[in-house]
Write a protein that binds this ligand. Sequence first.
Ligand SMILES: [Zn+2]
Length: 339
Amino acid sequence: MADTAERVQYELSLLPWQSERWAELMERRRNGRFPHALLISGPEGVGKQQFARRLAASLVCETDDLKQAPCGECRACRLVRSGAHPDNLWLSPEEEGKQIRIDAVRTLIGQSSLTTQAHGMRVFVIAPADALNRAAANALLKTLEEPPPSSCLVLVSSRPQRLPQTVRSRCQRIAFRPVADDMARDWLAALGAGEEVEAALAAAGGAPLAALQLLESDELKRTAGMLEDLYQLARRQVNPVSIAQGWAREPAGKQLARLRRVLFDLGRCLAHPGARRLYLPQLAADLQKSVNDINLQGIFKYLDEINRLEREMSHNLNPGMLMEKLVSDWLSLTRPEKH
Ligand SMILES: [Zn+2]
């Protein structure tokens, strides 16, 4: 099932857990009450961008007559799918983890005042919208208050609380929740996923697309590797400098996310022995045994530090120094086992 995650991202079909939200929106459309601004929120990996793409296609589809779905075959649908439709513009950070700046928003607003190139509506998608910096978000306000005719602005975010209240309140909210286990399992099985489905779903917090990505990557293995590093550091069995250097070889954002998952597991194991829905159930129990001296407060403190570093990442922190700090903080939280 290689590359299925990549393919699914650009399909225009409706994901099974999205049918209710879709029906509501189409109902509004038939009644002539289609919103000019939408905020699609929900956890990472439930298909928010797919939903936005399908919506964009349905609004420009050449065979559309206020039906329930884009045809997926016409020229307009094909252009939306390949990201090349002139009336469906996407705005994302230039690099993952970076901010969307005001110039980019101004360019988008400039384009929104042009007339449509084909029949249908212009659809502007900003994803992830929480990457907008404060000035860029404020620049959107006027467009949200006086939307250009025949246009729809779609904000996509898994962290909508990071958007200014003034922006959120001007958008119609479409909120997705973690998907029910049965539905997620069936969907993954239909794509050909095998025995690892349960572990991937647990690791992805019930988000099927995130689970699919895990199944197709070596992310689970890498996270297990990080846990092993923490284990060895706690037992003083490894050179801290070489661990920090190893961690710095990969993008800091990814490493911080891995570290946070491992720490969450550890925290849950300490708070509720036998806790369920762990990222790495087996290994987390091992780590718990190895760091008996660490307390829950220490874990929370370390998680706070990870969150703080993550927020400051866009300020060009040196990755080498960042990882050294994380390693030394971990060492001061753990005590080597006495024999
Ligand atoms: Zn079509």
